[in-house]
Design a protein around this ligand. Sequence first.
Ligand SMILES: [Mg+2]
Length: 305
Amino acid sequence: MELDFVRWLTRQPAADPRVAVGIGDDAAVLQIPANRQLVVTTDMLIEGSHFELEHHTAEQIGRKALAVNLSDLAAMAAEPLAAVVSLSLPRSQANSALARGLSSGMTMLAQQFDCPVVGGDTNVAAGPLAVSVTVMGTVESDQGWLRSGAQVGDRLLVTGKLGGSLRGHHLDFTPRVAEALQLARDYQVHAALDLSDGLALDLSRMITASGVGAVVDVPRVPISPAAEQMAHESGKTPTSHALSDGEDFELLLVVAPDEAEKLLAAQPLACGLTDVGEIIAEQQMLQRDALGETAPLAAEGFEHR
Ligand SMILES: [Mg+2]
């Protein structure tokens, strides 16, 4: 079964020039283009903490395990190169249906994002299902987006719409890789991150990294229909869902004011791009209402267990 899982994962439609040595040797060998840097990110999903096998299909879990990593590559403006996957299957469910489901969810996304799986390892243990994915990408040397590049006066832009991800978006979101590569090619981005833990909490991390502050124009924050729906039941406002729900996997981008103007006029992304605030010198996070009144914005969001 172990061999089968790896074989399913590493099935590739055609020879890939980036993979000098794929599965079958002790390690994979990848070709990195000249003048590019390797970008590496990893994420582990564990049953009981990140998902439940009763509520989520193996395909959904496999897809998400790769998607969250691709979202981190997008946040760096890196182009996917390859992925490796490690599984710990629970002894009680160590059947090929589970492994096959995980693998098919993953390979569909891997093909869509041209990110071949070049290796894997499978173990069977008494514990819960754990899926660990490591994704490698490349970026033109020293051109990767960092969290630390925000400058006073810059605008804050977000892709897509925010909040209510638990309603399903967290399982079927499209990592913003293509959008990031397009923006990196055509525009100057000072800083970026992907929104995994909520706009307020992730923004606090960015301004800390950059040594600046920020004001969020709350009425401008794009609210997803799912956040509107959730607000009917949660007693919270749609806006508070949009500010602090986790797993949006949209991009938060920081750009100079004239670049923001160009971007907002051109609207180059199908998912949309919204100006939600600005970078300020005082190292604090504020929210501004429709009347222009400001109040502190708490760095609250989705804390991973
Ligand atoms: Mg991230």
